[in-house]
Design a protein. Sequence first.
Lengths: 393, 393
Amino acid sequence: MRAERIFTNARLATMDPALPGLGVVERGMVAEAAGRIIYAGAARAIEADEIVDCEGRWITPGLIDCHTHLVYAGDRAAEFEARLQGAGYEEIARAGGGILGTMRATRAARAEDLRAAAKRRMAALVAEGVTTIEVKSGYGLSPEAEYKCLEVAKSLGDAADISSTFLGAHGFPPEMARADYVRLLCEEMIPHVAAHKLADAVDGFCEGIAFSPEEIAPFFAAATRHGLRVKLHADQLSNLGGAALAAKFGALSADHLEYTSEDGAAAMARAGTVAVLLPGAFFTLREKQLPPVEAFRKHGVRMAVSTDLNPGTSPLFSLLLAMNMAATQFRLTVEECLLGVTRHAAAALGRSDVGVLTAGAKCHLAIWDIERPAELVYRIGFNPLHQRIWSAA
Amino acid sequence: MRAERIFTNARLATMDPALPGLGVVERGMVAEAAGRIIYAGAARAIEADEIVDCEGRWITPGLIDCHTHLVYAGDRAAEFEARLQGAGYEEIARAGGGILGTMRATRAARAEDLRAAAKRRMAALVAEGVTTIEVKSGYGLSPEAEYKCLEVAKSLGDAADISSTFLGAHGFPPEMARADYVRLLCEEMIPHVAAHKLADAVDGFCEGIAFSPEEIAPFFAAATRHGLRVKLHADQLSNLGGAALAAKFGALSADHLEYTSEDGAAAMARAGTVAVLLPGAFFTLREKQLPPVEAFRKHGVRMAVSTDLNPGTSPLFSLLLAMNMAATQFRLTVEECLLGVTRHAAAALGRSDVGVLTAGAKCHLAIWDIERPAELVYRIGFNPLHQRIWSAA
């Protein structure tokens, strides 16, 4: 074995599923060739062109933010301010705020401006060792605007791995009837997205204020026919059986899940659907209903943690902070949080080539100035990243 | 008027008490000479040696973090992890955790190591435009260890203005009786701290698990006799009348205040005592009892917002995030949050030379890449600082 580069004198949290917990290797090393890990484990002699001495630092896989709405125009700071002064949702909507306000701004924006704004947001994630980011459309709600956003998402792949998701079923555009939009999604947009490989999966928002389960079902059926995996914003504000619906379509993930029942959790376990927990939205909306973490544990549902980065309900730009919020609010353990932004986040994207330090995986690393992995969850608003290694290959 | 440096083409949030709200000047400038602001207001012609074009960015006063426990050894990440796995407080205390664990580590640490650790934490605050930091002792709980921590605090003044506070009444050292420690504080430590100018004020923790009001009173009386202003951790977990006690001694601030009654708020208003709100501890401890913000508004109590940076109950290293948490959890308005980390935070430290952009104030500036001040409160885990100006003079 000959490596291009080795990272020596490191402590590893490999997240290797063959090892217990975080897959810790105390006196470890990582060897890389052609952008892939060729060895990760106990220190041994490997010839290499370049040696990086980690001086006892910890290495984790590069972090994965598996649920973001990174591409949008405008922000909602003025709306945030108005709400703190007592403005109600209706008043804000009348003043052009809310999701339709973001839709209008996003439709009007040029692709290059959307890209520039997204790059700035992405820089905050990347600065914390994030190497893989899921990016959803969903603020266009028209064929032209949705495709534009998905193209922008793809273009972000010059600084991190991007998984793009077509969130056409995020809301209803004001210019047509609901049934017409569902038909447009199924008969025109999904086929186009699939044919042009604009997205890796589709996503919907199943909620009283968004799509009903009866509207999501044909959308998911069309996606499945066109070879696209599905994801779902499920049971965030009420229990419409979203988790079970997602599981029925073999969803990669169901996300939010505050109101999911134990039956829903069991269905997810059977389908292998990952539970993506989004504590930033829970915090921002001041929710009280906790996701059924015990049921997920009991049934063996893998849990991921993500920022839900979006301009309205979760303007959260830090995956480290998402972990802290998941621990503090949802009582996830440190181990659950760290698996939730690595191996389990990868599973939520249908990927096994990232989120682990094992031979064959991409050489995406985060090298940390910490004494123990718990520090990544414990501190609030502190970034101990020493170096991020992202292998474009 | 001739300036050494002018900052032109800027939008100002001056926090000038003579102006309403944030004291906004849309087409503004700041002029500096000898480390002081000599003019801040509408753009006009001022000769200067150096011109900084702010390109339309916003300038606020450099931010002030008016309640931190920045100097300590060790951290409590392992304890955080154990608690998420279900360990109780007693179990953690037996394993050497809790405040006494921090005390032991702090006593054992060399001053230079305490300083290096504090510098690293401070760098996170400074990166967000903080130019003035209050630093408490309180993890020494012996004359030698408390003085060591106060010396370390003073030594941090090479990168920000430091206000140091002698928090001798933080807890009781295990090696002596309570009454003996109170006597030691009053008869030996306060006189020493005052004589050697080791602190600008004293502070105590008035709570069922810490000092009783009857123990705080002689401590405050001794401080007052020696010319030191007082501050108090008050009414955080229960209402022991801490706010009223602080007001009785003309305290600069009472801090936490979740359980403060309206009478306590009224007493604070009469005494001019600032209410320092600490949403990071509220978040970390998953508290439900909200501080009486309406009563503070009604009685005209000035509110400040701070990180409470400490290793146990608030490992929060971001003052921007403290503002977001104050808005989201406590429903402070954007204006209240921003005054709370500038002019009102200065008042909590007994200072009027920082926290405002007015002639005569120190030229401590934060220059921001934002469109409106609300963005500083709205975003979670995002730092839009363009440049920090800290004038050591």
